[in-house]
Design a protein around this ligand. Structure first.
Ligand SMILES: C[S@@+](CC[C@H](N)C(=O)[O-])C[C@H]1O[C@@H](n2cnc3c(N)ncnc32)[C@H](O)[C@@H]1O
Length: 346
């Protein structure tokens, strides 16, 4: 009899207990969920597959798991690059994978290895290449994961569609552009990249809590006219853009008098998350049916799971929840992507 697969879940370090709790609550007492590193847990249950865990993470949704793989080997922390590469090739051969696959390497927790992820990637890629495999960094049906953890080198294999993310350990890397206005930009960029969101090519966007204007800049770059709502100031680089309308009022006051219909709404307001969701219910009446909404919920660090649940319940109805997850660039917050349903909002 085969042992149950060990499904390895990656999460933000400070959210590991929350991810474990979410998994325990969702999969019940049959499932064993244990921490195996500062930002990793393993889930095992009789005949539980990575596909089932991925499907539950998306559907429930479970917001703290960020990446999944299935452990195929755990090498001692003293393994050298040759041993790691040989073990990786053996694992790929044993799984009889097609000759093209993605390889993703990352470090989890403090590292005392003499080599970093780039050297490990190079060694494994060379070994696979010599054996006739075409190795990419992403965008393939299968992913070979290699994670340098304090307790050893973990090798994992999974289908990309069951991995939650096509980035090493779910860690989307973005580089700062020269014209970046705020670090908050990374949050919207990451949501767009990670969930492959299609923003409308033109039309009207509503940006609630817009100042200093990072998200507004991203929306403008994608060709949308932006209503930037925030009592705070926008960066002066946005001042001359005639396609940005800055309304220096609170979101509630703006909605009270607004008559424009928006094709997309984003909300990064620093606000109690339930109040923010209640406001989004009002926003739905100002959105075209099917319009996308991206919201960051500042969940804080107390009663987080209950808060997330309550927030998603408030949004459900006027919106269909497409994704909800703590992304790499979120701190004590989660990002929700929702679509306005066709039903008329109150
Ligand atoms: C994290 S910042 C937004 C950063 C912005 N997304 C960017 O990329 O530059 C949060 C903003 O929410 C705004 N805010 C808080 N409460 C608000 C309200 N009731 N209406 C509108 N804006 C609000 C604050 O003034 C602050 O500028």
């Amino acid at each position: 009899m085969f042992p149950d697969p060990r499904i390895v879940v990656s999460t933000a370090e400070e959210s590991l207990p929350l991810a474990i709790r979410e998994l325990e609550l969702d999969f019940g007492p049959e499932a064993k969920v244990e921490a195996i590193g500062p930002e990793m847990a393993v889930v095992t249950a009789p005949s539980l597959s990575a596909q089932e865990v991925a499907d539950r993470c998306e559907a429930a949704p479970l917001v703290f798991p960020r990446h999944l793989t299935v452990e195929v080997a755990l090498l001692d922390a003293d393994a050298d690059l040759d041993r790691i590469a040989a073990a990786a090739l053996a694992a790929v051969r044993e799984a009889a994978l097609p000759p093209s696959l993605a390889l993703q390497v990352w470090v989890s927790g403090p590292s005392s290895y003499e080599f970093g992820p780039a050297a490990v990637f190079g060694a494994i890629a060379a070994e696979l290449d010599a054996a006739g495999y075409a190795v990419a960094r992403s965008g393939r049906r299968h992913v070979l994961s290699c994670c340098l953890t304090p307790r050893g080198i973990l090798l994992g294999l999974n289908e990309t569609r069951d991995s939650l993310s096509d980035w090493p350990g779910g860690g989307v890397r973005l580089s700062k552009s020269r014209d970046q206005i705020s670090r908050a930009e990374f949050k919207l960029e990451e949501a767009l990249t990670e969930f492959g969101l299609d923003l409308p090519a033109g039309g009207n966007a509503l940006d609630l809590g817009a100042a200093p204007g990072g998200w507004t800049r991203i929306l403008r770059r994608r060709g949308l006219r932006v209503w930037a709502v925030d009592p705070g100031d926008l960066d002066e680089r946005l001042a001359r853009d005639g396609q940005i309308k800055h309304l220096k009022v609170t979101a509630g006051r703006f909605l009270h008098s607004n008559r424009t219909v928006f094709d997309v709404a984003v909300n990064d307001m620093r606000m109690d998350p339930k109040l923010s969701c209640e406001l989004m219910v009002r926003v739905a009446a100002h959105l075209a049916p099917g319009a996308l909404a991206v919201v960051t919920l500042k969940t804080g660090s107390r009663e987080v799971l209950a808060t997330v649940k309550a927030c998603l319940e408030i949004l459900t109805g006027p919106y269909e929840i497409l994704h909800a997850r703590q992304l790499r660039h979120n701190r004590h917050e989660i990002t929700v992507v929702a679509r306005r349903t066709d039903a008329p909002a109150d």
